[in-house]
Design a protein around this ligand. Structure first.
Ligand code: ATP
Length: 345
């Protein structure tokens, strides 16, 4: 089923106790798009998702549209949304097939069609052999597969996922993430996915909305968010961002350990760059140098913490065989095009 576009217009939420969970927010999600709401605990992700679902109504003046329809006052059961939560919310004493079939029964689908649809969903989530099992006989990952199958069985026009992988261990999370990715792409369903995990956000989001204190701090593709963070909060929340402060001098920013070249138009007295953009070079070609405070061998890369004379140490990500150790003096170079200057707000 092709997805429908979703628009939130000036959606805000203040709870009865005065908590301002969401400041007035506009958000337009294209048909078939997966938007990830990413941010720290309490930033308003779940509240935004619940407003889309119809589990929460926006404060006066806020509107929610699905396609051409204004659904602001339409209750959840008439919005045709599928939902998957961190905790499974499955019927524990029903079988796997019974859980997936439930929503189809409620919608009055004939038994033969239901059976075919259940088989199709179980195949899609790779859980056909579990059809007759009871929910309490399943692992966490299997339960989440059932929850996904149940959510999409009635062909919802919108799929809402709230931290669906958070309760799973790392390996399972990776497996299921790949399956969710495949599912979202093959169904072309409009989806909103809430997480505080940046790797999940980057892997699944067509676009990511990074949220902070009840506002969208930035919305963009994973590449835009990572390479051109709008402010220091976004820069720090996604990956690691180094920051050096100093004085601008002829196209470079000078600080204690040396300098970094600046891209044209850079006017801020500080510069930010990613650990993986640093190259280790010989002293004559170096932009700056520093002493390695710690070196962590992480298998696929070597992570260095370097004292380059600034207020905060610099983190560098090197190939795993770089052979650098704590105590070494290391010389670095970086391209001007790798320097970002998000606002420090
Ligand atoms: P988490 O990742 O911890 O779930 P979140 O980003 O999803 O966080 P929300 O659940 O949207 O955040 O909550 C945003 C703010 O609103 C928080 O301060 C939260 O305590 C508050 N809040 C949420 N629900 C209610 C409620 N029913 N009544 C009062 N305050 C609430």
């Amino acid at each position: 089923m092709p997805g429908i576009p979703i628009v939130l217009e000036r959606c805000a939420k203040t709870f009865d106790d005065g908590t301002r969970a969401l400041h007035p927010t506009d958000l337009a999600i294209a048909a078939g798009e997966t938007i990830v709401l990413l941010g720290p605990s309490g930033c308003g992700k779940t509240t935004t998702l619940r407003i889309v679902a119809g589990l929460e109504s926006p404060d006066d003046g806020g509107r929610v549209r699905f396609g051409d329809a204004d659904v602001t006052d339409v209750p959840i059961e008439r919005r045709n949304v599928g939902m998957v939560f961190q905790s499974y919310a499955l019927f524990p004493n029903m079988t796997v097939a019974g859980n997936v079939e439930y929503g189809l029964k409620v919608r009055g689908m004939p038994p033969a069609d239901r059976a075919a649809r259940v088989r199709e969903m179980l195949a899609m989530m790779r859980i056909e052999p579990l059809a007759a099992r009871r929910i309490d006989q399943l692992s966490g990952g299997q339960r989440q597969r059932v929850a996904l199958a149940r959510a999409i069985a009635p062909r919802p026009s919108v799929l809402l996922l709230d931290e669906p992988l958070t309760a799973l261990d790392a390996r399972l999370r990776e497996d299921l993430r790949l399956d969710i990715d495949r599912l979202l792409r093959s169904l072309g369903i409009t989806s909103v996915y809430v997480t505080h995990d940046q790797a999940e956000a980057m892997a699944l989001g067509d676009r990511i909305a990074v949220m902070s204190q009840g506002r969208i701090a930035q919305i963009g593709t994973p590449e835009q968010i990572y390479f051109a963070p709008a402010d220091a909060f976004v820069a720090d929340f996604i990956g690691t961002m180094n920051r050096v402060a100093g004085t601008i001098d002829g196209g470079a920013l000078r600080f204690e350990g040396g300098h970094v070249p600046l891209p044209p138009g850079h006017a801020a007295p500080y510069a930010m760059f990613r650990p993986e953009d640093l190259r280790v070079v010989d002293a004559p070609g170096a932009h700056f140098s520093g002493r390695v405070v710690s070196a962590f061998f992480l298998g696929d890369h070597l992570r260095l913490v370097v004292d380059a004379g600034g207020e905060t140490p610099i983190v560098a990500k090197l190939p795993p065989r770089a052979g650098v150790r704590a105590g070494d003096l290391v010389h670095f170079a970086i391209d001007a095009s790798s320097i970002a200057a998000p606002s420090e707000r």
